[in-house]
Ligand binder design. Structure first.
Ligand code: TRP
Length: 452
C-alpha cells in the first residue's frame, strides 16, 4: 500500500512555511542593498509592480501545479504532460538549481551565524567602527571558518527537513517566522527613533525617477523571482502538501504581501541607521556585514541590537534553506521511494560537499583567487551568476509556459476555483501567464546574454 502523502496541519501552516521560504537573505540582505545601489524610490516602485504582475501569477501557477498533482517538482511536470516529455526538464532544472543555490546560500547564512556569535559574545561591537571592514574581509578570506559555519548551517537545515512536513517544515516555520517578525519590529522601532528616519523614508518611498536605469528595471524583475522563491520548484513542492480545498490565490497573495512587507521593513531598519551616521546607501553587498555593524558599534546597546539583527538573518535564511533542500529530498522520496531520513541525509550531505568551493571562494586558493585569475570571478560568483541569471528565469519561463499553454484549461480552471473565493481573477491570471510573464522573462534572459 502506498503511504499517504503528508499534508500541512492547517492553511496557516502552509502560508507560514511558504512565506518562510520567500523571506530570506533576499529580503534582508539583498533587497536593501540593491535598493541602495539603484537609488531608492523608483526602483522600489518597479519592484512592487513586478511582484504583482509577474511574481504573483507565477506563484499561483506553482502552488496550483503542486496542489493539483500532489507531487514534487519532477513528478508534477510529468503527471500533467507525459513521462518522456521535454517539459519534465524544467522539473530537473529546479532540482539541480535548488541544489546549487543552497550550496552557496548556506555559506552566506554561515556568515550570519558567525556574526550572531560575535554579537552575543560582545566581540563584534568591541572592534569599534574601524574594525568592521577588516573583520568582514577576514571572515570572507578564512576558508576554515567558512567551512565550519557552512557545515553547521547545513546541519541545522538537515535537522529540520528530516522531521518531515508537519514536524519539521511546518513546526519550525511556526516558531521562526513569528520570532523573526517580532525581532524586526523591535529593530524598526529603534530605527524610527533615529534622526535619519525621515531621510530614509524619503529615500525608499520618494519618486527619484531620475536614478532609475533599464538595468535597474530588469534587476527588480529578477529579484521578484528570487525573493518569492519562484522558478525552482520550492513552491511547487510546498503546494503539493496542500489539500484540495485550500485557497490558492488567497494564499499566494498573503505570501507575497508578507514577503514584500518584510523586505520594506528591512530597508526601513537599515537605511535610518545608514543616514543617521552619514554613510552611503549604495554600499553593495557589504551593507549588512560592514555598514550595519559600524553603526551598531556606535549605538547604545548596539551589541544587543546586533545580536537580534543577525539572529533574525539566520532565522530568515533557515526557513528558506529548508525549502531548497526539500526540493531535492522530495525528489528522491517521490521518484526513488527513498525514506525521508535517507533522502535528506544524502542530499544534505551532497549539498554540503558541493558548497565547499563556495566556502573557500574568498580565499587565495584555487576556488578563490585561482579561479578569479582564470575566468575572472571566483566559484561563488559563478554559481550565483548561473542560478540568478539562468536557472531562475528559465525555471520561471518553464512553469508559466507549461501552465499557460500545455495544461488543459479544464484542469487549470477547476483547480483555480476549488477553494477560492477569488474566481473573478482567473481570466486575468491566464492572460498574464500566457503573454506578459513570458515576455518579461524573455527580456531578463536577453539582458543576461547582452542583447538588451
Ligand atoms: N526567497 C529566498 C530569499 O529571498 C530564497 C529562496 C528560497 C529561493 N527558496 C528559493 C530562491 C527557491 C529561489 C528559488 O532569500
Amino acid at each position: 500500500m502506498a503511504e499517504q502523502r503528508a499534508h500541512w496541519g492547517s492553511k496557516l501552516g502552509f502560508v507560514l512555511a511558504a512565506a518562510g521560504s520567500a523571506v530570506g537573505l533576499g529580503n534582508i540582505w539583498k533587497f536593501p542593498y540593491i535598493t541602495g545601489v539603484n537609488g531608492g524610490g523608483a526602483f522600489v516602485f518597479i519592484y512592487l509592480i513586478c511582484i504583482v504582475l509577474v511574481g504573483l501569477p507565477v506563484m499561483i501557477a506553482e502552488i496550483l501545479l503542486g496542489r493539483a498533482t500532489q507531487k514534487s517538482t519532477v513528478s508534477a511536470y510529468r503527471a500533467l504532460s507525459s513521462p518522456r516529455s521535454l517539459w519534465v526538464s524544467f522539473g530537473w532544472l529546479g532540482v539541480a538549481g535548488s541544489f546549487l543555490l543552497l550550496s552557496y546560500y548556506s555559506v552566506v547564512a554561515g556568515w550570519a551565524l558567525n556574526y550572531t556569535w560575535l554579537s552575543i559574545t560582545g566581540s563584534l561591537v568591541e572592534r569599534g567602527p574601524d574594525g568592521m571592514a577588516p573583520l568582514f574581509d577576514s571572515v570572507q578570506r578564512s576558508g576554515s571558518l567558512n567551512l565550519v559555519t557552512h557545515f553547521v548551517f547545513m546541519t541545522l537545515t538537515v535537522l529540520v527537513v528530516v522531521g518531515g512536513v508537519g514536524q519539521g517544515l511546518e513546526r519550525w516555520s511556526r516558531i521562526l517566522m513569528p520570532a523573526l517578525f517580532v525581532m524586526m519590529l523591535i529593530l524598526l522601532v529603534r530605527g524610527f527613533s533615529l534622526a535619519g528616519f525621515g531621510q530614509a523614508a524619503e529615500f525608499v518611498f520618494g519618486a527619484h525617477t531620475d536614478r532609475l536605469t533599464a538595468g535597474g528595471v530588469l534587476e527588480a524583475l529578477g529579484h521578484a523571482f528570487f525573493t518569492l522563491s519562484l522558478g525552482m520548484g520550492s513552491i511547487i513542492t510546498y503546494g503539493s502538501y496542500l489539500r484540495r480545498d485550500d485557497d490558492i490565490m488567497g494564499a499566494a497573495i498573503t505570501i507575497s504581501v508578507v514577503d514584500t512587507v518584510i523586505a520594506l521593513m528591512a530597508a526601513m531598519v537599515l537605511f535610518p541607521i545608514i543616514f543617521t551616521f552619514g554613510m552611503q546607501p549604495s554600499q553593495g553587498p557589504g551593507l549588512v556585514f560592514v555598514t550595519m555593524p559600524i553603526a551598531m558599534a556606535q549605538l547604545p546597546a548596539g551589541g544587543f541590537l546586533a545580536a537580534i539583527f543577525f539572529l533574525l538573518l539566520v532565522f530568515a535564511a533557515l526557513t528558506s534553506s529548508i525549502s531548497m533542500l526539500e526540493v531535492t529530498a522530495s525528489y528522491f522520496i517521490d521518484e526513488k521511494g527513498w525514506s525521508r531520513e535517507r533522502a535528506t541525509l544524502i542530499s544534505g550531505g551532497a549539498v554540503a560537499l558541493v558548497g565547499i568551493p563556495s566556502a573557500l571562494a574568498g580565499g587565495d586558493g584555487f576556488f578563490g583567487a585561482g579561479m578569479t585569475q582564470l575566468v575572472g570571478s571566483n566559484w561563488f560568483s559563478v554559481a550565483d551568476y548561473l542560478v540568478s541569471n539562468w536557472v531562475l528565469p528559465l525555471g520561471g519561463l518553464g512553469i508559466s509556459l507549461f501552465m499557460a499553454w500545455r495544461v488543459d484549461d479544464a484542469i487549470r480552471h477547476d483547480h483555480f476555483l476549488s477553494g477560492s473565493k477569488l474566481a473573478f481573477f482567473y481570466k486575468a491570471w491566464v492572460v498574464l501567464l500566457k503573454y506578459f510573464v513570458p515576455f518579461a522573462i524573455a527580456l531578463v534572459l536577453l539582458h543576461a546574454i547582452g542583447v538588451v
